[in-house]
Design a protein. Structure first.
Length: 262
């Protein structure tokens, strides 16, 4: 068991860095809609960049251990669009579209807060799903070679911080409760070491190794759909177009600097 203690600590460190992003809410005023608009754009930038630049490449790389290049790419793309389909089905069965013409001003404000909170919750779910294979990777690498696991854990920790911001900011704006925003960041972060342990167990018992690559691509599809269907429309609703663009570019820049260390 002692063999797995340090890998587990490294996986915990990587996952809980999401909590650092949650603490950003302590420095944000709730009623600052420009910050909310930039923040939602930032969330979308983080999601799209990490999905297309990191997760899809990782999916193909994982699948290439079992298939040749073209089948690996085809399976990864199938997983990506399956993830989008799953997100569409969730949106269909849990609708959030209400005709605003029939709402009073107070009702509209409540509905807007509900939309923002829902965006934060779905972001938290998407990041949690994303953290599952990340935790698995960190734990597996660290358990095989601790000197290689340390830089991997640090790299994942760096790019988990903006993901924590993406979760906490909309939750805080919707509820006004910083502790709740931080709680969701914590729950998403803790899924990384838990996911790592569960994933390793499943991988060694019932789950085929190829499923990790497919799941990684599906998570990318979910995150891209969430960005274009929920985060960006809300960002434009609460700010001007250039606020949204600033947020998107900032999110992509932060993620790109984080991924340089991978």
């Amino acid at each position: 068991m002692s063999k797995y203690l340090l890998p587990l600590i490294l996986t915990m460190f990587a996952g809980m860095s999401t909590l650092l992003g949650g603490f950003i809410t302590f420095f944000v005023k709730r009623n600052n809609l420009k910050v909310l608009s930039v923040g939602l754009g930032f969330s979308a930038g983080v999601m799209v960049y990490v999905s297309l630049n990191d997760l899809m490449g990782e999916s193909v790389q994982l699948l290439s251990s079992f298939y040749s290049v073209i089948p690996s790419k085809a399976i990864a793309f199938a997983g990506f669009f399956t993830g989008i389909l799953v997100a569409i089905l969730i949106d269909y069965f849990i609708p959030d579209h209400i005709e605003s013409d029939f709402l009073t001003t107070a009702s509209k404000r409540r509905h807007q807060r509900h939309q923002i909170r829902r965006a934060g919750l779905i972001t938290a779910l998407a990041v949690t799903l994303h953290n599952f294979p990340e935790g698995m990777a960190t734990f597996l690498v660290s358990s095989q070679d601790i000197m290689l696991g340390i830089p991997v854990a640090i790299a994942i920790a760096i790019h988990n911080i903006p993901e924590g911001i993406a979760i906490a900011l909309p939750i805080f704006h919707a509820t006004g409760r910083k502790r709740l925003a931080i709680l969701y960041s914590f729950l998403s972060g803790i899924s990384e070491p838990i996911g790592g342990l569960i994933g390793v167990f499943l991988l060694r018992t019932v789950m085929p190794a190829q499923s990790i690559g497919i799941m990684t691509a599906a998570v990318a599809g979910i995150m891209v759909y969430l960005s274009f269907d929920t985060l960006l429309p809300l960002a434009r609703e609460y700010g001007e177009n250039h606020h949204v663009i600033i947020g998107i570019v900032s999110g992509m820049l932060v993620m790109s600097f984080g991924l340089i260390f991978l």
